[in-house]
Design a protein around this ligand. Sequence first.
Ligand SMILES: NC(=O)c1ccc[n+]([C@@H]2O[C@H](COP(=O)([O-])OP(=O)(O)OC[C@H]3O[C@@H](n4cnc5c(N)ncnc54)[C@H](OP(=O)(O)O)[C@@H]3O)[C@@H](O)[C@H]2O)c1
Length: 382
Amino acid sequence: MKKIAILGVTGSIGLSTIEVVRQHPDEFKIVLASANNNHQKLFTLTREFSIPNIVITNKDFENRITDYPENTNIKFGEENLLEALKTIDFDIVLNAIFGSAGLKSTMTVLSRGIDLALANKESLVMAGHLIQKMQTDSKLIPVDSEHSAIFQAIGTTPLDEIKSAILTASGGPFRKLPLNEFDKITIEQTLSHPTWNMGAKVTVDSATMMNKGLEVIEAHWLFNKDFSEIKTVIHPQSIIHSFIEFVDGSIMAQMSFPTMKLPILFALSYPYHIKSNISKSNILDFPDLTFSEVERERYPLFFLAKKAGETGGLVPTILNSANEAAIDLFLKNKIHFNQIYELVDFSISTENNVHHPSLDTIIQTNSEIYKKIIRDYKNILS
Ligand SMILES: NC(=O)c1ccc[n+]([C@@H]2O[C@H](COP(=O)([O-])OP(=O)(O)OC[C@H]3O[C@@H](n4cnc5c(N)ncnc54)[C@H](OP(=O)(O)O)[C@@H]3O)[C@@H](O)[C@H]2O)c1
């Protein structure tokens, strides 16, 4: 039985991981779980799975909660989560924390040499150069479905036999919307994704295709491929999760009905595919599979993110932080959908780059850019 930690257990990926554990009680034992605000859900899960250690990262709850689960060690604050990651005995940690807040946990797990199932793509977007250089015994196993597909397709093939990785993207809810209607897009339309059920931030990122841009950067660091060797195609059915192209011209795809539970299960059971009822993919049930190019005018944030990845240094952090702030503003109805791009583009164009930034510089810049956008967005957009 593998001892696992689930960081961000109350989110979309966290709860899919819970479902995987529920279906495989003899394979996985949760020894640590974290949430930020949703302590009620965390406590319910703690009681169901008898989780011995839990952390609520938002310290504001420390003096407000009274209905603690019994026989559980409960801590508050990010520092205590990092401390738990340094000391508790695990086989693997699944990091499904939201956005840039997941970076320190990733670095802590890798520094300790523990295996990491990584959903938090922002860790690689912001600090891929530091993570790639780390001397660690950890195995880094991607949870993002596209990267899991590439990881599975590559298997033990040497990376120099792989010519390119081809990521698929659903194109989100606005794939066919006339471009002149983009300024009327509502929050509700943005949050109704055609094929995937995800957390709010990543759903907005799928609609703008910033998500795919972040995934291109993630693939660059995970598979050590140049940006010119990472391609993206629109595939609205989300059945093929990605392809790899070998140097001899042969192409391999990984397929299933869209569910995050499969890549989560594979990440937790790696290097094995274990028996499961999670997905009953029947090739005869698959709809027609179609592919098309990514339109530059429809998805400008995708191209901006790719450019940020190619530039490197601090620019991906600036991009990611400005995007997180812009999405918060959009979800609070303070800006329009199109203005997410304007705020991110402004930040990238006006902030100074730093090559090979340290972790402290990344964390500080991330916080500064976020605050700046939230404070000054009206002036920036006027
Ligand atoms: N959803 C998907 O299908 C999908 C697919 C591939 C990759 N990913 C990636 O997986 C990660 C999680 O996505 P998600 O959709 O599961 O997000 P989500 O539903 O928003 O859940 C995020 C989790 O992180 C916790 N959290 C929020 N702010 C935090 C903070 N400041 N410090 C520590 N924990 C915090 C939340 O706790 P509370 O609930 O208590 O607030 C929740 O448990 C993201 O990096 C995303 O890009 C998601």
